[in-house]
Every structure is written in structure tokens, then in C-alpha cells.
Design a protein around this ligand. Sequence first.
Ligand SMILES: [Zn+2]
Length: 430
Amino acid sequence: MRGVGAPASRSFAKPVRQQARQVPAGPAGQQTIRRQNLGLVMQAVMEDGPSSRASIASTVGLTRSTVSSLVEELLSRGLLSDRGQQASGSVGRPGRLVGLSDRTVGLGLEINVDYLAASVLDLSGGVRFEQFVRHENRGMPIEVVLDKLGDLARTALTAVEQHGLMSVGTAIAVPGLVDAETGTLLTAPNLGWSDTQIGREMARRLGRPNQYLSVQNEANLAAQGELWEGNGRRWGDFVLVSGEIGVGGAVVVEGELLMSGAGMSGELGHLSVDPEGPACPCGSRGCLERIVGQEALLAAAHLDAEVGTSIGLPDGGVQALVERAEAGDPMTVAALERAARVLGQACASVANLVAPNTIVLGGIYAPLFPWLADPFRAEFECRSFVARYSGVAVVQSELGPAAAVRGAASLTLRAVCADPQLVDAVAGSG
Ligand SMILES: [Zn+2]
């Protein structure tokens, strides 16, 4: 299994030549410089679109011959493709253009409490495959769940490869504490799982041992999904509150996810809001998600908390909640108002600590936003003097429950674009 510790930044990485001087001389140092420069060329093409080798050289500050060699390697690894002759009229002799390959895709997978998901994105952000499958994962042997996820992954890969697409790696979103360096799920209270080598187990099931593979907390990946594939770049510094059976939280500052504790952040749902409240599998009481998580919300509205309700299927419980709220059912509207107030209280504390520009309600809170927004804002502004003073927007997630699995696919693409040597060279590309 190969991977990178930190997600690639959307921002342009500039100081390569300066870095080059700091890297030790010799083959190892030269190899490091080349890896960095491959990433720089990818960044330049991502930002500028189809470009000639000469214009890339000018952008990244490397010689034309160096850039030609880097571009050849990126063509051989299938990350760039030839886009034909540059139009005449350009400065200097027209060259051939290279652009991002439209064949390269990344696979995102998600294990949540009551469903599994797969999404395949291309380098332009296009969704080439996406599927959510109801699956009650609680109390299920881990091997059975991972086998099912492996089946879903193979279905996704087969579907996109039939269209000539090339998957360059996989990231997996999981609802719990993760050691991202080793791909280990340390504990997932809602699943009852601990110390599971998700990365190693899924690498074996995917049968692609040399490909990039990363395992991360689902709330952190959802925030990155919103940032990279949704509206996140318009929100400034934001906190994503993602409702499922659990409730995840993630903080993005200056376009970067705050990820402390080697990937163990994101557990907003275990903020205790009622010390005498219901017991939580995490060992505490009255955790936020026991009060405003999907199952608590459905129970408060007297709806069955059946499997798969978080994924918006036509017969799912969250959809039933939306329909009843639309019809003005008093019990449903009251349950949503109560949940919104508790959520607003919790987020007021978060805002006092983090002072974000925006709070984003995601996961199941996205389709329920029309009923949550007003009571949430009232409680939030009443309890957060930072919000009253600085003005914090409260908005609806665009991606909703799809944010984490799309964030996972996007992370894969960003990781290999930042370090193209994570992708093996392929025959016949270009
Ligand atoms: Zn808890």
C-alpha cells in the first residue's frame, strides 16, 4: 500500500527551485526534486488548462528540456494527454498542447453505519460512477462488510474501465477514529469496530497492491469534498456539521482541512450536550448524535429508524421526514425544531472556539435544511457572541450525504497529481 500523509493543496506549490537547493545532492535528492517537479507541472496544467511545454516551463520556472522530460513521464503515467497543435498566432513557434487526461479517475469508497458507497470522479470533477447500497454494518462481521465493499468497488471499476477510464487509486471514508498513516480504523463506536486494518484488507480485496490507498475519517473527507467538489471555496473558513447516524464535524481554514491527532479529529457527535442523557457507545452520555443524529431524529418524529435512511432513497426514513415536514405534520416539524435548537447550541460553542465565516449543515441535514435553518440560526446567534459580532453564515451543503465519498475520490486524484510517481507508467498512453 502506498499513500501520502497529507492531502494535496489546490494552491500552486511555488518554491521548487529553492527547495531543490536544500535537498541533499546525489541520486536520492535528484529523485525527490523530480517528484516535486512532476507535481508542479501537474498543478500548472490543472490551473492553466491545456498548455505547451514552453508555457509550462515559463510558469514553473524550469528549463524547456526539463519540462519536456517531465511531460513525457506524465504522458506515460496517463495523467496528461496530447491535445494537438497549439493555434498559430501564439508567441514563438507553435508547440503541441498537453492537458489533463480525460481517462484518469479516482475511486472513493465509504463505509457508514447503515450503507456503503462508491464514487468515481475524473480530473474535471465529473462523476463517472456513483452508487449507494443499503447495508446494516452494525453487528456484522467486519470481513463480510469489507467483502461487500470490495464487490461494490469492483462493480465501480468494471463500469468505468469499460469506458476506457483508468483508476489511479482509492480512498476510503470510515465513521470513526483513523490512523491515516497506517490505514487503521482505531475505533468506530457506532459500528462496534476497533483496530481494523481497513487499508491493508481493502488493498488485498481490490487486488491492486501498488496503487495509492488512503483511509480517513468520513467527516474530514466530507469537508474536503465540499471544498473541492462543492461550494466550499465560496465559504471562507468553514465548519461542516455532517448528520448521519453519527454526527461528524470538520474545520477548514484558508482552504485546508485542520487535521490533528494523525486523523483522529472530526468527532463532533460525541460532544456531550446532556450529561444525564442517553448512554452512547463511545462510553459517554448525552452525546450530540444521541439527540440529533438520524435515529434520534426519526424516533422523535415517530418514524422507523430503518437501515439506509441517510442516503435519501425514495422509501428511506429521511425522505419520509422531508415529506411529512413538507405536509406540515406538527410532530415532525416540532422534532426538527428541537433538533435544530440543540444543534445550534452545540455549533455556537464551536463558533466561539473556531470563529468560522460559515457553518455548513451537511449529510441528512442538507435535505432537512429548510426546516432546520431558522431555529438553528436563532439558537446559534443567541449563544455565540462571536457569531453575533463577526457574522457567521449558516448554509446548506450542496453535496449532502455524497460529500464524503466524493471527497474520497477527489483526495485520490489530488494525491496522485501532487506525486505522479504514485501512478505506474502505462503502455500506450499519451
Ligand atoms: Zn458518544
